[in-house]
Structure formats: C-alpha cells, structure tokens
Design a protein. Sequence first.
Length: 171
Amino acid sequence: MYVADSVASIDFAEMACRYWMFDLDGTLAPGMRNDLRLDAVMNIRSAISQGWIDAACVVSNSGLWFMSRRVASLASQCGLPYLSCYWPHALKPSQLAFDTAAGLIAPEGFDPADVMMVGDQLGTDMLAILYGYRTLLVPTLHPIPWWKQRKHDKENRIRQDLDIKFPFEQR
C-alpha cells in the first residue's frame, strides 16, 4: 500500500501504473458535497494527457438513486467513467466491485497489478489489495459528515496501530 498527502500530490509518472480507480467521497470530493478538489482533477487530467495514465474511473459506494446521479455528475466533471453502488453496484470492498470498475477502463482485459485503487478508507478502498490490486491511501478530505465520524476515528486508530503515516505526518 502506498500513501500520499492528496490526489493532487500523486506523482503519476513515478507510480508507473496504467489504470487508476478513484474513490469519490473523501478522496476527490469533501464529504458528501457536490464540489470536487480542482487540484486533484487537474492532476489526474494532466497525467492522462501526458500518457502516464492509460485510463481511469471513479468508484463510489454512494448508492441511493439520487446519490448515483450526483456520482455521475461529479465523474463527468472529471471526464471519467464511473461505477456507483446504484449502477451497477460498486459494493466496495467486494472483488466484483473492483473487477467491474477495472473492466470499465480496461475492457480488453487487465492484470490487477496494473491497476491502482486510490481512496481514503482502509475498510473499503484499501481492501482492493486482497485481490491483487495496487492501493494508495490518501487522508480523508474534510468536512467529515457526522454519521461517518466514528468510523473515521476508528480507521485513524488502526492506521496508527499499523504505523501508516502520510508524508505530511513524517515532516
């Protein structure tokens, strides 16, 4: 598992990975808001235009029908295809979710070792590593909705127990 301070700080050339899957809430967009981190989107678009990324997509567990429209809208602002729980069922951390998302961006076939899952959650996004995918953990973008605060605190304790530090914590 790799770590980065943010999606905007990822050096895609250095990572040398063909396919990328990005979690939405907490990774590209703060909380459940309708705005994206522009610096993250620009870094992804730049990496695609420079050929460091062959293809990428957004993967989200936001599954209610109205949330799926939000996911579609935000993914289109990134210029990326998407997979949400509502269409056709992301359900991270299942292998089916990761394989389906990777199939969106590599329909000719893929080796999970050529696909990077970027997210902010140890218990969903980072479990892609169990299926052979590469993973990159970024800090959760704030604000964290009140209903996710307990889960976020628990993940921070697990991260501390495993001695996983973000680069900004090591300076």
